[in-house]
Design a protein around this ligand. Structure first.
Ligand code: GRF
Length: 245
């Protein structure tokens, strides 16, 4: 993609301080950044063979930028409000990402709908985490909708990003129980704990080369997955991740 009037207010740190080597990861956030933190930690302790080389937020002052700052990771803001339309913003964002030459683009609570051109540009090398057991509850307010559905379990999914919103091929899921007395906040907190194990596990498999996207399928060790991997089926990932109940 071309610059398209990119206007980034970059606050660069040195990624030389970031532990680990391997794949170059660009993480996009809009808010709190707890998944970003989980990914930074997993790079530091070797669960992910890679390092976060840039963090980009579309919101100035996103709390998650502090995690990047604390880890000495270059970070930037590309504020969507400074662009006339979605296409112009997406072009500037793609330019900022491309400038860092990442192997994988990781959406971690990035609250923007992406244009077809953007998703095509990063096809096969961009992933998202969505707080539901896809294909259930695409879109927003997933915890309230899961509660209203009467389901007994809920969770989160990591998927490759395609133009179809929350519809790309699902790589891995983590499921949690829905407990009596849950409200959307208590359920969200339980799902988030699982996310902090799930996202590093899935990204770790991508960085090791075990997981790839091919067409509309996920390949695991070269073979199409019939169904998403389940975090609970991966004992090493599950046991090495603190905070999983
Ligand atoms: C997560 O729940 C994720 O599933 C959704 O946005 C939330 C981001 O949380 N896409 P955080 O900013 O990583 O804390």
């Amino acid at each position: 993609m071309t610059p398209g009037g990119a206007d980034t207010s970059a606050t660069a740190g040195s990624d030389a301080l970031t532990a680990g080597s391997g794949k170059r990861l660009a993480v996009l956030i809009s808010g709190r950044g707890s998944n970003l933190k989980a990914l930074i930690d997993a790079c530091a302790d070797g669960r992910i063979s890679g390092r976060v080389i840039t963090v980009i937020s579309n919101r100035p002052g996103a709390p998650g930028l502090e995690f990047a700052h604390a880890a000495g990771i270059a970070h930037a803001v590309v504020d969507h409000r400074e662009y006339p339309d979605r296409e112009a913003f997406d072009q500037a964002l793609a330019y900022a990402i491309d400038a860092t030459d990442p192997d994988l683009v990781i959406l971690a609570g990035f609250m923007r709908i992406l244009s077809d051109a953007f998703t095509r540009h990063f096809r096969g090398r961009m992933v998202n985490i969505h707080p539901s057991l896809l294909p259930d509850f695409r879109g927003l307010h997933t915890h309230a909708r899961a509660l209203a559905s009467g389901a007994s379990r809920h969770g989160a999914s990591v998927h490759f990003v395609t133009p179809d919103l929350d519809g790309g091929p699902v790589i891995m899921q983590a499921s949690v129980p829905i407990c009596p007395g849950d409200d959307p906040d208590t359920l969200a907190a339980r799902v988030q704990l699982a996310e902090h194990c799930l996202y590093p596990a899935a990204v770790g498999m991508i960085c090791s080369g075990a997981i790839q996207e091919q067409g509309d399928h996920v390949l695991c060790d070269g073979r199409p997955l019939a169904r998403p991997l389940q975090l609970d089926d991966l004992p090493e990932a599950a046991t090495r991740c603190a905070g999983r109940s």
